[in-house]
Design a protein around this ligand. Structure first.
Ligand code: IPE
Ligand code: MG
Length: 236
C-alpha cells in the first residue's frame, strides 16, 4: 500500500489544512470558480482516506471562514451547496472506514439544511475510532476564543481556575490535541485566522500547488519535510 510509513520516523498526530487555490485552479481552465470548489471539496475525501490509512488521528479542514461571507452571495451559496452534497455523498464512505466527523465553528449561522446534514454526519460517526475529521465551516479563530471566554464567564468559572488546560476545553476543538503540522496550498503564506490557539507550536508547510491538484505524493512530501524538522517547543 504505502511506503511513506517506512521512510519516516515521526508522523504528525494532528494535521490541519488551509485548502487554497480552488478559484485559480478553475480560472486556469476557463471554468467558473464554483467548479474549482467542487474539485477542491472532492479532494478532501480521497486525502482523508489516505491519511486514515496512514493512521493519522486528526485532520482539520478549513472549509469556510467567518470572513468568507464577504464573497459574492452566489459563490457563498454555491460553496454551501457543494459542501452539503459532498457530506451526503462522502460521509457514508468515510463512515465505513471508521472516520469520525466533527464540526468546528458557529454552525447556527449556516443554512438549516446544511446544519442538519452536518449534525447527522456527526451523530452517525460519533462512535468511530479511526481518524477524526474536523470540518471548520463558518469558523474563525478569534471568534472561537471569544466564544470560549463567553462560556467561561457565563458558567461563572472563578479566575484562579482558568489555566491553559481549562481554556482549551472551552474551544471548539475540546479534546483534540494541538496541531502538529499545518499545510497551506495555493502559494499563500498566512494563517488567515485559522486555529490561532492550537497552532502555537505547529510546523508550517506552504506549497504553491493549488488545492484541487494536491496529490498523495504532495502529501508524502509534506510528511517527509515534517519528519526532518526538529521540534523543540521553545527548549534547547
Ligand atoms: C479556497 O480557494 C477555498 C475556500 C476559501 C473555501 P479560493 O476560493 O480562495 O481560491 P483562490 O485563492 O481564489 O484561487
Ligand atoms: Mg484563496
Amino acid at each position: 500500500m504505502t511506503s511513506i510509513k517506512q521512510q519516516i520516523k515521526l508522523l504528525p498526530v494532528h494535521i490541519a489544512f488551509v485548502p487554497d487555490g480552488n478559484g485559480r485552479w478553475a480560472e486556469k481552465r476557463g471554468l467558473p470558480r464554483l467548479a474549482g470548489h467542487e474539485a477542491g471539496v472532492k479532494k478532501m475525501r480521497s486525502l482523508v482516506e489516505y491519511l486514515n490509512e496512514l493512521k493519522i488521528k486528526y485532520v482539520t479542514l478549513y472549509g469556510f471562514s467567518t470572513e468568507n461571507w464577504g464573497r459574492p452571495e452566489e459563490e457563498v451559496h454555491g460553496l454551501f451547496r457543494v459542501l452539503g452534497e459532498r457530506i451526503e455523498k462522502d460521509v457514508p464512505k468515510l463512515h465505513r472506514k471508521g472516520v469520525k466527523v466533527r464540526h468546528l465553528g458557529r454552525i447556527e449561522q449556516l443554512p438549516d439544511w446544511l446544519q442538519v446534514s452536518i449534525r447527522r454526519a456527526e451523530e452517525r460517526t460519533k462512535d468511530n475510532t479511526g481518524l477524526t475529521m474536523s470540518l471548520a465551516f463558518n469558523y474563525g479563530g478569534r471568534v472561537e476564543i471569544v466564544d470560549a471566554v463567553r462560556r467561561i464567564v457565563t458558567e461563572g468559572i472563578p479566575p484562579e481556575k482558568i489555566d491553559e488546560k481549562l481554556f482549551s476545553d472551552y474551544l471548539y476543538t475540546a479534546g483534540i490535541p494541538d496541531v502538529d503540522l499545518l499545510i497551506r496550498t495555493g502559494d499563500e503564506w498566512r494563517l488567515s485566522n485559522f486555529l490561532l490557539w492550537q497552532t502555537a507550536y505547529s510546523e508550517y508547510y506552504f506549497t504553491d500547488v493549488l488545492w484541487p491538484d494536491f496529490t498523495e505524493e504532495d502529501m508524502d512530501k509534506a510528511l517527509v519535510t515534517y519528519s526532518q524538522r526538529e521540534r523543540r517547543f521553545g527548549a534547547l
